[in-house]
Structure formats: structure tokens, C-alpha cells
Design a protein around this ligand. Structure first.
Ligand SMILES: Cc1cc2nc3c(=O)[nH]c(=O)nc-3n(C[C@H](O)[C@H](O)[C@H](O)COP(=O)(O)OP(=O)(O)OC[C@H]3O[C@@H](n4cnc5c(N)ncnc54)[C@H](O)[C@@H]3O)c2cc1C
Length: 339
């Protein structure tokens, strides 16, 4: 069995940041990554027009600033190139094509036993580590819900991880299912490319501009979350008005509270609201009957669930019940300590 000081699961931005910090303190580690590259979400599973939704100061990884030439909102390509440079600078070499299937804590030895499937040979490899870092992301497993009538739907169904841009959808009727940040932005992109776009909205959402979020992230370091939330809601009402007539309702709880407690992000508006107001994008309430047979395409953008994260969370709960202290080292965001 291979023995390591620290085992990191996942070579996304969080896993890489962790590796660089360990490197900085000369602590040996190994990264297990199921894909064949670092930052697969950004390299393989994101749409073309994606930019970091937050100012670069909130997304930079430890020990290496973004290049000065980068704009305030870093594009996907720029972020990928920054991460590639990061990996070279800190000499990070993940073990690719290893899917971690289980991690168990042995109370007697005080070590983690991690089992990872080698996707090349198909064999399960066992590793032992003193520390385990789960950096497997919160949106890394695409999820397609069961939708009645989908198996007889004559059009094309596409998960958002396979959506690149709206070019191919001109004049097509497209329904986007899911109104988080990706759904809103994909709907915007589709409408920009001349698709007849509709968007299914299930739950109330907060819609904030990039500048409002920037202000909120600064203020939340100094004043109470409920005060920041009141300001955010007031600004959102001033800028976007009452969106309920277009089918978008505001939650009762504030945006920063909801992020902290439920992990639910507010929507960063990059122009979708204007298109909703001008009815270029139609909002359809989730409870309504969806005449999907009238559509050409269905783009699915719903919450993704990361199973390993859930299993580890259960495990941590069990260990804590037994009085074993656990620290969650990595969060799902790059560097958003204040969220
Ligand atoms: C549209 C969009 C916009 C975003 N904008 C921002 C932003 O502006 N700022 C920001 O900070 N964040 C943003 N995010 C959040 C995004 O999740 C983070 O930027 C970042 O990718 C999270 O990094 P991570 O390393 O935690 O997770 P991920 O990037 O998801 O990486 C997890 C890695 O773990 C690997 N993995 C998963 N399970 C296993 C397993 N069992 N075994 C081995 N490997 C495994 C995956 O293959 C993946 O490479 C955005 C996300 C999306 C989708």
C-alpha cells in the first residue's frame, strides 16, 4: 500500500491551492484526479462565454497573483492559463485517471485508507495517508433529473456541461431547465444567438449585479450579514424593480445568509434580466405544464450533487460523534473566505 502524508482528492482550483500551500511548507502530498487534466470543470465542462463571476481579487489562488494584464472579471481561457502556470510554478503533478471510491478513517492507526480506481487498468489502488483533503468540488457531477415525457421528446437534450455556445441554436425553440448562474447565462447566450429561449424557474432567487456582489463581499467583512443583505435587497429592488411579474420572486432570506447557510448562490446578472423584461427570454414557472413536444432543444442545468462529498460529510459527522476532531480544509470556492 502506498503511504502518503496528505492525500488530496481532486485537481480543481481548490486541490491545486492546497497542493501549493503544502509545497510551500515542504509537506509531501499526492493528488488523485479522475480526469486526465487539472481543472476539468474549466477546461472541459464550461461554456465559451464563462468568466469568473466575482472580481479577480476574490478568486486568486494562494502564493501567485493573477497577471496585471488580466481584467477585473477573468475569462475562462485566462483562468485556465493561470491555473496551468500555477501547476508549473509549484511543480504539481496529480495522479490522473484515479477515481476515489472510498475513504475510511482507521481509528487505531489514526490514518486514512483511500481506495482509488485506476481508470487505465481498472484496478483499485489503496493509499494510506495521515491527512485527507476532499477537494472534489460541489458541481463536478452532472445530474439530469427524471422529466416526464423526456424519453419520447423528439428534440435534442443537452446537459449544460456539453453546452459551448448558442451558435447552433439560431431560430430554434430552446427551453433551459434550471435558473442558477449557469442557466441564466446560457439563456442569455442562446437569446444573443437568436434562439427562441424560455427558462424554467423553480425557486425564488436573488438577482444582483457584479458591482453589488463586490460591495457585499467587502462590507460583509466589517458589518453583520443581515445588514449587508438588507442593503443588497434594497439595491436589487432599485436596479431591477419588481421581477415577480416576469415570474422571478425574491427569497425571504437574504443573499449572503443563503450562501452561508444553504450554499445557494445569488444570481450574478450579466444582462439576462434585461432580456427577461423585454420578453426576449420567457420565464416559465416550474409548476406549469411544459409542452416540451413543441420544442427543438432542452438544455438541462440543474444542481449537481457530488456523491463523494456527501459520503465524506456523513463520515465526518460520524467521526465527530465519536469525539474525533475533523477540519474541513478546502472549500468549494477558490478563495471566497467571506462567503
Ligand atoms: C458557471 C460557473 C461560474 C463560477 N464562477 C466562479 C467565480 O467567479 N469565482 C469562484 O471562486 N468560483 C466560481 N465558480 C465555482 C467553481 O466551482 C470554482 O471556480 C472552482 O472550479 C471550484 O473548484 P474546486 O477545486 O473546489 O472544484 P472543481 O473545479 O469542481 O474540481 C473538483 C475536481 O475533483 C475531481 N473529482 C471529483 N470527484 C472525484 C473523485 N471521486 N476522485 C477523483 N477526483 C474527483 C473532479 O474531476 C475535478 O477535477 C463557478 C462555477 C461555475 C460552474
Amino acid at each position: 500500500m502506498q503511504k502518503e502524508q496528505v492525500i488530496i482528492v481532486g485537481a480543481g482550483p481548490s486541490g491545486l491551492a492546497m497542493a501549493a500551500c503544502l509545497n510551500h511548507h515542504s509537506i509531501p502530498y499526492i493528488i488523485l484526479e479522475r480526469e486526465d487534466c487539472i481543472a476539468s470543470l474549466w477546461k472541459k465542462y464550461a461554456y465559451d462565454r464563462l468568466h469568473l463571476h466575482l472580481d479577480k481579487q476574490f478568486c486568486v489562488l494562494p502564493h501567485m497573483p493573477f497577471p496585471d494584464s488580466y481584467p477585473r472579471f477573468v475569462s475562462r481561457q485566462q483562468f485556465v492559463s493561470y491555473l496551468d502556470d500555477y501547476v508549473s510554478r509549484f511543480k504539481i503533478s496529480p495522479l490522473y485517471r484515479r477515481t476515489v471510491e472510498s475513504a475510511e478513517f482507521d481509528g487505531e492507526t489514526g490514518k486514512w485508507i483511500v481506495k482509488a480506481r485506476n481508470l487505465g487498468s481498472g484496478e483499485v489502488e489503496e493509499l494510506e495517508g495521515r491527512f485527507l483533503v476532499v477537494a472534489s468540488g460541489e458541481t463536478s457531477n452532472p445530474f439530469t433529473p427524471v422529466i416526464e415525457g423526456l424519453n419520447t421528446f423528439p428534440g435534442e437534450v443537452l446537459h449544460s456541461t456539453r453546452f459551448r455556445n448558442g451558435k447552433a441554436f439560431q431560430n430554434q425553440k430552446v427551453l433551459v431547465v434550471g435558473s442558477g448562474n449557469s442557466g441564466m447565462e446560457i439563456a442569455f447566450d442562446l437569446a444573443n444567438h437568436g434562439a427562441q429561449t424560455s427558462l424554467v424557474v423553480r425557486s425564488p432567487v436573488h438577482i444582483l449585479s457584479r458591482d453589488m456582489i463586490y460591495l457585499g463581499l467587502i462590507l460583509v467583512k466589517y458589518i453583520r450579514v443581515n445588514l449587508v443583505d438588507s442593503l443588497m435587497v434594497m439595491l436589487s429592488k432599485l436596479v431591477y424593480g419588481d421581477l415577480s411579474k416576469y415570474g422571478i420572486n425574491r427569497p425571504k432570506e437574504g443573499p449572503f445568509f443563503m450562501k452561508a447557510v444553504y450554499g445557494k448562490y445569488p444570481i450574478t446578472d450579466i444582462g439576462t434580466c434585461k432580456k427577461i423584461k423585454s420578453q426576449e427570454i420567457q420565464v416559465i414557472l416550474f409548476s406549469f405544464f411544459l409542452p416540451i413536444t413543441l420544442l427543438h432543444f432542452l438544455v438541462i442545468v440543474v444542481d449537481t450533487v457530488n456523491l463523494i462529498q456527501l459520503k465524506i460529510d456523513n463520515l465526518i459527522g460520524n467521526l465527530e460523534e465519536k469525539g474525533i476532531e475533523c477540519t474541513r480544509v478546502c472549500n468549494n470556492n477558490v478563495n471566497q473566505k467571506s462567503w
